[in-house]
Write a protein that binds this ligand. Structure first.
Ligand code: PMP
Length: 381
């Protein structure tokens, strides 16, 4: 790198260096077409080839079955909080089940309720400050399948650092036949998943996919246009059917974001796909959690083990009085920045420190951070 900077931002986040270098090389003249991708008509064969290659690689990486459509939408992941209600609730007689493990599902619940949906919060970790301490699945009260529209959860809560274990126990405890919707914005493509367990997955791009501006959807074909709530008129840009019928180009898509996403997919394939990145992500996050664990309580992660995110790792720094110390945290952030480790400040709603270790964060960056954490602890304990 020109300047040794490690970017721990939660999003928009670090993009693989080789991708940025390639985009730079291709900036003025893409594929000898004489202009930049930014300047290409979305209806041109050049852009159509970019879009279809991106979809093909995305499908390959995640092993997306043929009966699932990939849609490129806009309005961020937040627009999907509304879109799922418009497209998948079916009717106001149905109930939507939400599993609340942090800030983002809470927002999705608020939006569903704002649109008039009947929401059943199956489990909620709010009273614990969203520390991942979910009650046992056997105690959750799901809506009976005949009355249930869908089950909604967030696989990785970016603010609180809570990652849902993608385990058999969870999926096998869900009522049979109810569509499962998952907000995978902050951990998509970070590990292997079985797409067939989901009815609909969506993800804002600005963490593991590429720049902000595009939201990727993976949706089972039979759900498109068949669960629309007749009491609501879907704003055209949120309509899955319109989007699918128009090959994600009902209007002008965020072409440059899609192009960069395509380069990120090629990069991920080149380093070995999901198997390789999953192993790397596990190694990187374990190094950080180990550093916290071995700090004698100087650093503490509030999230319960088993639910700790490999993508976003929040921690607090404790002073001699046994309390989390804003003063020490401020000092930590300042000194880290001096060493080129940036955007480590925790979300404003929770404070403390948060290190986001998305796919594109090299292991070297994590080594730099853990090395600094050790030094800082020794100097301030
Ligand atoms: N869901 C999750 C899990 C997120 O992390 C975010 C953004 N950080 C959102 C939804 C909202 O995304 P957007 O800002 O793209 O609307």
């Amino acid at each position: 790198q020109d300047q040794k900077t490690w970017n721990f931002s939660a999003g928009p986040a670090v993009i693989p260096r080789p991708v940025l270098e390639r985009a730079q090389r291709e900036l003025l003249n893409w594929n000898n077409c004489g202009c930049s991708v930014m300047e290409l008509s979305h209806r041109s064969p050049e852009f159509e080839s970019i879009l279809s290659k991106a979809e093909q690689d995305f499908r390959q990486i995640l092993s997306i079955p043929k009966n699932y459509k990939v849609l490129w939408m806009q309005g961020g992941a937040t627009a999907q909080f509304s879109a799922v209600v418009y497209n998948l609730l079916g009717s106001f007689d149905k109930t939507a089940d939400y599993i609340v493990t942090g800030a983002w599902t809470s927002k999705a619940v608020e939006e569903a309720q704002r649109l008039g949906a009947r929401v059943n919060v199956v489990a909620n970790t709010k009273s614990t400050g969203h520390n991942g301490a979910l009650p046992p699945i056997s105690s959750w009260e799901f809506t009976p399948p005949s009355e249930s529209a869908y089950i909604y959860y967030t696989s990785n809560e970016t603010v609180h650092g809570v990652e849902f274990p993608d385990d058999e126990a969870f999926f096998s405890s869900l009522p049979a036949g109810v569509p499962v919707i998952c907000d995978m914005s902050s951990n998509i493509m970070s590990r292997k998943i079985d797409i067939t367990k989901y009815a609909c997955i969506f993800a804002g791009a600005q963490k593991n996919i590429g720049p902000a501006g595009v939201t990727v959807l993976i949706i089972r074909e039979d759900l498109i246009g068949t669960r629309v709530n007749p009491s609501l008129t879907i704003p055209i840009m949120l309509d899955y059917k319109i989007c699918a019928e128009n090959n994600s180009m009902y209007n002008t898509p965020p072409t440059y974001s899609i192009y960069i996403a395509g380069l990120v997919f090629e990069w991920l394939q080149s380093i070995g796909g999901l198997a390789a990145i999953e192993a790397l992500n596990l190694r990187k996050s374990s190094k950080l959690y180990d550093t916290v664990a071995k700090s004698d309580g100087f650093y503490r992660c509030p999230v319960k083990e088993g639910y700790r995110s490999r993508m976003n790792i929040p921690f607090r720094i404790y002073g001699k009085d046994g309390q989390a110390s804003k003063e020490l945290e401020g000092k930590f952030l300042k000194e880290a920045e001096g060493r080129g480790m940036v955007q480590l400040k925790g979300h404003r709603s929770v404070g403390g420190i948060r290190a986001s270790l998305y796919n594109a964060m090299p292991e070297e960056g994590v080594d730099a951070l853990t090395g600094f954490m050790e030094e800082f602890r020794r100097a301030n304990v």
